[in-house]
Design a protein around this ligand. Structure first.
Ligand code: HEC
Ligand code: HEC
Length: 196
């Protein structure tokens, strides 16, 4: 192979995955428009109580959750019409699109309460949340970004893991919040929602 042919091949090898990824995101955006956006927000930042923001969320986490919902393992009645028999390719493209959006806090976020946030931060240390969610709390692979998420969604979700009404692909999260009092859950949710 000539040097020129080698360079052309190398450049193509480097750019083709990028082009494919951009096409996946664009297809995901089309699939989301007017459907997912109605609940999860135009920019992936939810303005609705109880509905999580998806912007900047880990793509593998979103794929896992949509499949858990499609299979009826994670039961979210509001999501049923959107995941019923959804194709794996659609799930992957939707996740690629939402992962590409800039994360940010809810616009209707309550004022920060310093004492409550400090209590939540102390719980983070006691329960070793950063071991899995990482010190940035942006997560990795099947472990979600939890920083800047909506406060009431976080509180509801942590209580659901504690009470066993939400189970993931494995019971790691159920173990992480086992026996946690409501007041500590509220403090954790407040801390996380106000941590940009
Ligand atoms: C009618 C409102 C509604 C629509 C429309 C909707 N969702 Fe959801 N979605 C929800 C609710 C409610 C939850 C979870 C609430 C809970 O667990 O308490 C959720 C959860 C999720 C989650 C899990 C996120 C997490 O942090 O746990 C993903 C991923 C998701 N939705 C993707 C989508 C996609 C993609 C679409 C469009 C195909 C969509 N949703 C359409 C209401 C909606
Ligand atoms: C041993 C690893 C591990 C530890 C420790 C851990 N988590 Fe998790 N967390 C996970 C995994 C894995 C998931 C996804 C589980 C699923 O599929 O539902 C998750 C999910 C979550 C979610 C759901 C987010 C969403 O958008 O649906 C929240 C909130 C959360 N964790 C907060 C915490 C907090 C707060 C702590 C500390 C009290 C903590 N986690 C400790 C592994 C961990």
């Amino acid at each position: 192979m000539s040097i020129r042919a080698f360079l052309v091949a190398a450049v193509l090898a480097a750019t083709i995955p990028d082009i494919a990824a951009a096409q996946d995101r664009a297809r995901g955006e089309q699939l989301a428009a007017g459907r997912c956006t109605a609940c999860h927000g135009e920019n992936g930042r939810s303005q609705l109580e109880g509905i999580p923001s998806l912007a900047g969320q880990q793509p593998l986490f979103m794929v896992t959750q949509m499949i858990l919902m499609r299979e009826g393992i994670r039961q979210v009645p509001a999501m049923v019409p959107f995941v019923d028999r959804i194709a794996d390719k659609d799930v992957e493209d939707l996740a690629a699109y939402y992962a590409s959006l800039a994360a940010g806090p809810a616009e209707d976020r309550s004022p920060r309460d310093a004492a409550l946030a400090a209590r939540g931060e102390a719980q983070m240390a006691t329960r070793h949340c950063t071991v899995c969610h990482l010190p940035t709390l942006q997560g990795r692979e099947q472990i979600p970004r939890i920083t800047g998420q909506r406060e009431e969604f976080l509180a509801h979700t942590l209580a659901a893991y504690r009470d066993g009404s939400r189970v993931g692909a494995d019971p790691q999260m159920n173990d992480a919040v086992r026996g946690m009092p409501d007041a500590d859950i509220a403090a954790l949710a407040h801390y996380l929602a106000h941590r940009d």
